[in-house]
Design a protein around this ligand. Structure first.
Ligand code: PHE
Length: 364
């Protein structure tokens, strides 16, 4: 190879590359071209290899010429890239504009289910009286759900048609879905040391289905055990509770004698109400509505968890959360609570922004 032809190769390559650089329509094409020209297998690299075939005294000049060409091509590429980038940016800016004056798109916002709302309200009221929250399992054993609560073997709650039994067994007896939150009393007293002051909200299960009964519903249990607790404390506590919950200081209440195997004496608490024309108003009128069961914890229950009834005594109560929600917020059919209809949640649900800092749902 002669020096002459080498120089003309360089000139030719330069002219060709420059024409192609100017012809690139975008930065991607330009990048492909850069690799084809300057890459490891690129045209300039190939030409540089040809230097080895020149007579030795020509090689330095040829090498310098290649390097100079490389610099010129790089410079040209850089300028072209800048041009193309500016053009592409201008195109994008023209295409992708945002109208900041448009109103925001509304995001769907969930609602708090009345059961959750009322659970929080109830907990907040009892928390102010010093109760803490306790929990227990939905799947219970026979002992915690029945025996430890002094419920005799022939009690109707133990019948197949009243309770959901599982195939799994414990101590030779089938496990079951708890029929009330009262087993949490037992678990709390077994796990800790008196005094106790707890409320236990949760799901419970019974074989029932109509306007006011569903196979799964919610209760909140209360338990207070101390040395000198008496029925007066029970009454005071629950009267304060219903006044706070229904947000009426003048709400009429009465306690009726009742029976539960795990309390003695036992009572049911009614609140005054007015019924008529398919409506039910709580807190006034001359009718009564039952809202909870309660009583002094039975000595046998205390003995069963190793507490001496001569030292420790207390009261317990249990109420249906769903029922409280129906009464306070005027929801007629319990079954609708668990159908998952978004229109229902939109109507009866609560704004998450009010939750759970204020327990008073009425003042939303
Ligand atoms: N466990 C009872 C029920 O489900 C309610 C209750 C609880 C009554 C505690 C008295 C004391 O009906």
């Amino acid at each position: 190879m002669s020096e002459r032809s080498f120089v003309s190769d360089i000139d030719q390559l330069e002219a060709e590359l420059i024409a192609r650089i100017d012809g690139c329509a975008n930065t991607r094409e330009l990048e492909e071209l850069r690799v084809a020209a300057l890459g490891r297998r690129g045209r300039l690299t190939e030409l540089a290899k040809a230097i080895g075939r020149l007579p030795p005294h020509q090689r330095p000049a040829a090498g310098a010429a290649i390097n100079a060409l490389k610099e010129r091509i790089e410079e040209r590429l850089r300028r072209r890239r800048q041009e193309l980038e500016e053009r592409e940016l201008a195109e994008r800016l023209a295409r992708e504009w945002i109208d900041v004056t448009l109103p925001p798109r509304e995001r769907p916002q969930g609602r708090i289910h009345p059961v959750s709302q009322v659970t929080e309200e109830v907990i907040a009221i009892f928390a102010e009286m010093g109760f803490t929250v306790a929990e227990g399992p939905d799947v219970e054993d026979d002992w915690h759900n029945f025996t430890a609560l002094n419920i005799p073997p022939d009690h109707p709650a133990r019948q197949m048609q009243d309770t959901f039994y599982l195939e799994a067994e414990q101590d030779g007896l089938p496990l079951l879905l708890r029929t009330h939150t009262s087993p949490v009393q037992i678990r709390t007293m077994q796990a800790g040391r008196p005094p106790f002051r707890i409320v236990a909200p949760g799901r419970v299960y019974r074989r029932d289905y109509d306007m006011t009964h569903t196979p799964m519903f919610h209760q909140v249990e209360g338990l207070l055990i101390d040395r000198r607790t008496h029925m007066g404390h029970l009454k005071g506590c629950l009267v304060d509770f219903v006044r706070a919950f229904f947000e009426r200081d003048d709400i009429p209440v009465r306690f009726r004698p009742s029976f539960f195997p795990f309390t003695e004496p036992s009572a049911e608490m009614d609140v005054g109400c007015r019924r008529g024309e398919g409506e039910l108003v709580v807190g006034a009128g001359n009718d009564w509505l039952e809202i909870l069961g309660c009583g002094m914890v039975h000595p046998r229950v205390l003995e069963g968890v190793g507490l001496s009834p001569d030292i420790w005594q207390g009261f317990a109560f249990g109420m249906g959360i769903d029922r409280l929600a129906m009464l306070k917020y005027g929801i007629p059919d319990l079954r609708t609570f668990f159908e998952g209809d978004l229109r229902w949640s939109g109507h009866y649900g609560f704004s998450p922004l009010d939750f759970p800092t204020s327990w008073s749902g009425l003042s939303r």
